[in-house]
Design a protein around this ligand. Structure first.
Ligand SMILES: [Zn+2]
Ligand SMILES: [Zn+2]
Length: 77
């Protein structure tokens, strides 16, 4: 039994996510997304795909990066 670090659920089927040297424990993907997904700095959507990083800022896609004045950003394919 482990405890989800987001909702505190005690659950037998938790899973771990290893990121940046830390280990996070979740009971479901919804909680993992809530905790781990970066937020687009333009439209505030949670970034579930690769996203776009520009000058240390995260955006959901190139269109949001451009809307914030970042130039030369193209979507990764
Ligand atoms: Zn949870
Ligand atoms: Zn966005």
């Amino acid at each position: 039994m482990a405890t989800c670090e987001v909702c505190g659920n005690h659950y037998g089927m938790t899973f771990e996510v290893h990121a940046a040297g830390a280990v996070h424990v979740f009971d479901c993907f919804a909680c993992a997304i809530h905790r781990m997904a970066p937020i687009c700095e333009h439209c505030r959507v949670q970034i579930l795909g690769q996203g776009v990083e520009a000058d240390g800022h995260w955006y959901c896609g190139a269109h949001c990066a451009r809307a914030e004045g970042k130039v030369g950003i193209v979507d990764k394919v």
